[in-house]
Every structure is written in C-alpha cells, then in structure tokens.
Design a binder for this molecule. Sequence first.
Ligand code: PBG
Ligand code: ZN
Length: 331
Amino acid sequence: MSTPKSILHGGYHHPLSRSWQAERSVTKDMLMYPIFITDDPEAMVPLEALPEQYRIGINRLEAFLAPLVKKGLKSVIIFGVPLKEGVKDPEGSKAEDPQGPTIEAVKLIRHAFPNVFVACDVCLCEYTSHGHCGILRDDGTLNNDLSIERIKNVAVAYAKAGAHCVAPSDMMDGRIGAIKQGLMDSGYAHKVMLISYAAKFAGAFYGPFREAANSAPSFGDRRCYQLPANGRGLARRAVLRDMEEGADAIMVKPGTPYLDILRETADLAKDYPIAVYQVSGEYSMLYQAAKAGVFDLKAAVLETMTGFTRAGATLVLTYYTPRLLDWLDEE
Ligand code: PBG
Ligand code: ZN
C-alpha cells in the first residue's frame, strides 16, 4: 500500500528534477588527464593495453594537447617514461633529469598552454632498475629514509620546473611531510599543491599502466607499501596522517572497486579536495566490455563518473578525459 511518503518517483520524473538529486555533478573542470611522456622526442606510440592512449614524445606533445585544450581540458598529470638504454639505476637518479621527459613536458605545457594546470606524478619506479617505487636495502626491502629524501628532491625539481602540483604515488611513509618541508625550504610551498595518493591500494588494476610506463617491478610486488585491499583502517590512518603532514588534497585509487573508501575519505577529509584515480585497469575493462557489446561506453563511463561524484570526489583522474570532453558537451 502506497502512502504519501512512500511515493518517490514524482521527485525525479523530469530530467531537471533528476539533476537536482546530486550534491555535485560532473564537469570538465574536475577532470585531470594522465599522459605518458617518453624520451624519444618524435614518439606517438599507441599503447596496446590502454587503447587510444599513447606514449608521447616532447615534439608531438603540443599538437596532441591543442585540440583537447580547445575542448576544455583544464589539467593534466604527467608520467615520465624513460626508455633509452642505461637510464635506470637503483636510485632512480634520472627522475629529476632536467633533460628528462617529465621536466621538459612541464616546461612545454606551461609555455604552450598557460591556462592548463600541470601536475606531476612523483615516483621512482619508472626510473629504478628494479622497478620498485623507492630505494632498496641489500635484503630487497625498502629503505624508507633514503627513499623519501630522493622523492622530496624529485618533487622539488618538478616544482622548480613549473609544475602547479606534485602528487607522490610511491606510498613511502613520511613522504608528504618530507615533500612539504622541501617545498617550504626551496620557496615553492605557497604556490605548489601537494596531492597525496593516501589511499592507494595494491592490486590487479594497475597492470596496463605498468606496461605503458615500463615500471613493473623486476622481483616481488608492491604489497609492502601499497595498502592491502581489505585495509579500510589503514586507509583511514594514512589519510589522517597525510592531512597532518601537510597534504593539500587526498586521493583514492583505484576508483570503482574502492567507492566505499572514497566516501569515507570524503567524510574524513571533509575540508579537502578529494581526488579519485580511475586507473588503467578500470579504463581498459570498460573499454573492452563496451567493445564486446556489454554496454554503451559513454553511458557506462558517465555512470562511473556519477558514482565518483556521488561518493564525494571533487577531482577525477581518468584516461577517458578526451572522450568526456566530447560527451559532456553532448549531455
Ligand atoms: C607509479 C604509479 C602507478 C600508477 C600511478 N602511479 C603504478 C603502480 O603503483 O604500480 C597506476 C596508474 C594506473 O594504473 O592507471 N607508482
Ligand atoms: Zn611507483
């Protein structure tokens, strides 16, 4: 039996009344596009595991981004992918190479597209010979102190090159405090945003990225530094710690399998921007499912975006950004 209060349909019959249900809706401003920059200046290499994404050389970058900026692209996050022989070593020394792909890309984008917000992922795994995100001890475990010292120096170098934002994804303990201190000591803390990948979970969904970035560990895995999938309490502790250490925003990663964590993080860090990373495995899964006829790609991706905003995200890192710039115009 219906009662006056049990009738919900009337409240969302019209498209406009449906739009009023959201606390927040998906806009172009909240998209940050992850791009892979490699050290062959002429490269434009399609990534098999990440369809429609590329490893891009510095000489091709402006032409690649120009049409996207025209459509409303507001921000990118850069991943450097050095592929030349002999670049990698145990300390990841080349991460802040002034002639390396990341720093060159920051400078180019700042110059060519003054209105684009430029973030850099900060990690060592693309530059270390062993493929781990920090510096190792002789027994193969992490040397956290040496790692955060290196990672701080890399972050400061990216800030000096002109990055608006640094986002360490390495998951070392104390990196946020170390980087914030490094930015303060070098005079960049007032103008460089520090996004913490605080709630970053280990798992299967990073597979395509590691192919794209050539950053798979040569032995072992990342389970001793990235969070265990069942680690809700650890995620809360990491979020609280990183706020305490001076993060300016908090990220949850991956996205869809961790929507509960995203909601909890948004509640826990309610005075902070909340980012979510729809990672490479999520991207490819949606892409391949649509290709197999499971659903319409646009409808499915927009639904994941709605899920992210509903769960509390204010910023979404997604490889679907180029598509979304079109799709959001069609809405
Ligand atoms: C590097 C890094 C990874 C991702 C972002 N930064 C890979 C990893 O931690 O193994 C994953 C992004 C993606 O899968 O799209 N630390
Ligand atoms: Zn890494």
